[in-house]
Ligand binder design. Structure first.
Ligand code: E4P
Length: 222
């Protein structure tokens, strides 16, 4: 399973990239608004900060309601950073989103269908040619449903029907989500930097480091 960062914050993206584990970045309108910057400029800055990752998701705006509106916005977004191929058009899971997805896929543009909450939605997105589907597991957990189980079911259906659309486990909230979606068959998990940082930690690692350090000091102080 690959790691994407789910943020529009440039410092966090640079930090994650430096760790050497990053394969992509996802953004959404809420994350961009939080940064108080111009959307297209920030996507260009992100592309430049992570030159060799596979994907940077840029979502069409919530005012694009028809496929034509979405395609018009996508046509501007794919020009960002000199037509950077990793710019992935994030589209909502609606009839218009599927229509736009099919059109953009035929043009060779990467797509990510977002706000997936059922297996059927994921299957439709895959059949519309989506490069990625993003099931939001944390938001399902929030309403007492099982988000990880959804990822597991989508992975099983995609395997059964030989669909090569990649599953991005999204709305990941903590380390246990990460382990469980990796086991469930997600190709990618996208998460905030603080979750990636949590993954590096274990109390026994800290204790072990401390013991090595105190033992080492005994030798060097002789
Ligand atoms: C993914 O593409 C979304 O931006 C994101 O994971 C949503 O997460 P949230 O439910 O924590 O807002």
């Amino acid at each position: 399973m690959k790691f994407f960062l789910d943020t529009a914050n440039l410092d966090e993206i640079k930090k994650g990239y430096k760790m050497g584990i990053l394969s992509g970045v996802t953004t959404n309108p809420s994350l961009v608004v939080k940064e108080g910057v111009k959307f297209e400029d920030r996507i260009a800055e992100i592309c430049q900060a992570v030159p060799d990752v596979e994907s940077v998701s840029a979502e069409v705006t919530p005012i694009a309601l028809t496929a034509e509106d979405m395609i018009a916005e996508a046509n501007e977004l794919i020009k960002i950073n000199g037509g950077d191929k990793k710019v992935t058009i994030k589209l909502p899971m609606t009839v218009a989103g599927l229509e736009a997805c099919r059109y953009l896929t035929k043009k060779g543009v990467r797509t990510n269908i977002t706000l997936i909450f059922t297996v059927n939605q994921a299957l439709l997105a895959a059949r519309a040619g989506a490069t990625y589907v993003s099931p939001f597991l944390g938001r399902l957990d929030d309403i007492s449903e099982d988000g990880v189980l959804l990822v597991e079911k989508i992975a099983a259906v995609f395997r059964t029907h030989n669909l090569d659309t990649q599953i991005i486990a999204a709305s990941v909230r903590h380390a246990d989500h990460v382990t469980r979606v990796a086991m469930a068959g997600a190709h990618i998990a996208t998460m905030p930097l603080k979750v990636v940082e949590q993954l590096t930690k274990h109390p026994l690692t800290d204790q072990g480091m401390e013991k090595f350090s105190t033992d080492w000091e005994k030798v060097v102080s002789k």
